[in-house]
Ligand binder design. Sequence first.
Ligand code: FAD
Length: 362
Amino acid sequence: MYDLIIVGGGIVGLTILKEAIQNSIKVLLIDAQEVGKSTSYAAAGMLAPINELEHGEEDLLFAGIKSVPFYLEYEKILGDIGLNRNGTLEVALTAQDAQYLKREFEYRKNLGLNVQWFNKNELLEKEPFLSPNLYGGIYSDSEWQVDNRLLLKRLKSWALEHDAEIIEYQKIMDWKFHKTHLSVSSINQTWDTQNLVFSMGFVPEELFPLPYVVYPIKGQMLSVKPNEKLLQLEHVIRFKTRTLGNGYIVPKLDRIILGATNEEMGNDKNITAGGIMDILRKCYAAVPTIYDLEILEIWVGLRPSTHDRHPFILKAHQKNVFYMNGFYRNGFCLSPLFAKNFIKLLKNQELDFEVKNFVKYL
Ligand SMILES: Cc1cc2nc3c(=O)[nH]c(=O)nc-3n(C[C@H](O)[C@H](O)[C@H](O)COP(=O)(O)OP(=O)(O)OC[C@H]3O[C@@H](n4cnc5c(N)ncnc54)[C@H](O)[C@@H]3O)c2cc1C
């Protein structure tokens, strides 16, 4: 009998697993495929509560600001996770974008955020490979990134080293409430537990009915091979453009990620010429030398989104059944804080005030 079974080993399930181990909870994580190979694998690993901020989403901002520094603790216990603290430059590609970005800058300043406005020359001093045609931009030094794929790998191996149980390639089809405990079943096995959390990201309703709506937002991305002669980047580069749409360039040690589309296409995971063309066009406008870089990989992921784009921890009253989902474009940014608070909820402890409003009850 386990104290806790986690169904789903993306970043959400794996961060819960880490916290459970650190709280001496007897825990089992079950995944339908290899752990960490779903949407979390497809992400860019930006920890960007400020750059992801939309007006009216200040609750997400403050949750993100509280969550991101936990990665220092992650780095300490897991070792190298590709944590890069150089910060993020959000650049204006046109005069119109600059007007928009300046308003965003004022808005962020008024919220007390640590942001600086850089003119073109200051931007080029920070990142010489940026296009000389830019119109200025915002620098945020607290917007970090991790290597999402490395982090997922490290979380899994750290958990196994700490005697956690992980079962892969077992799709959970059903769960039951018994008098004294709960059970979950795959096609040929059943496991008993006192508490159960579903952290399955997006799953089509016909495959696993759930008591909430989480729908997929498709993100196409690609990576190019670093080549120091053609491109050196220290920071994450982002842009929100009126003409070309939003995008980013995220330098990792072994790849440079160019992203991403944001499409409402249901369960469709096709990679399209138009999607990749859009990404390349805007990234090329910001950093022209990507033109000659070798393409490494092209992929697609489905961001699990709720109608209001807010994540949640949902507790089924009295039944010790929880759901943690809806992390949309912020799974890496928010998971450390939410996982800590999930354990607090499990132990009936006081929740952090930044998370309270994201906790719902059935
Ligand atoms: C293109 C793109 C870029 C992104 N960039 C960023 C970024 O820079 N920063 C950021 O913070 N976020 C980013 N995100 C968002 C982030 O990736 C997601 O919010 C996050 O990965 C969601 O994690 P999850 O654990 O909920 O889901 P997943 O990673 O999908 O994990 C769910 C797991 O549950 C398992 N599962 C499902 N059904 C079952 C079942 N029946 N039985 C057993 N297991 C099951 C799956 O196999 C899977 O392993 C990005 C997303 C995309 C698509």
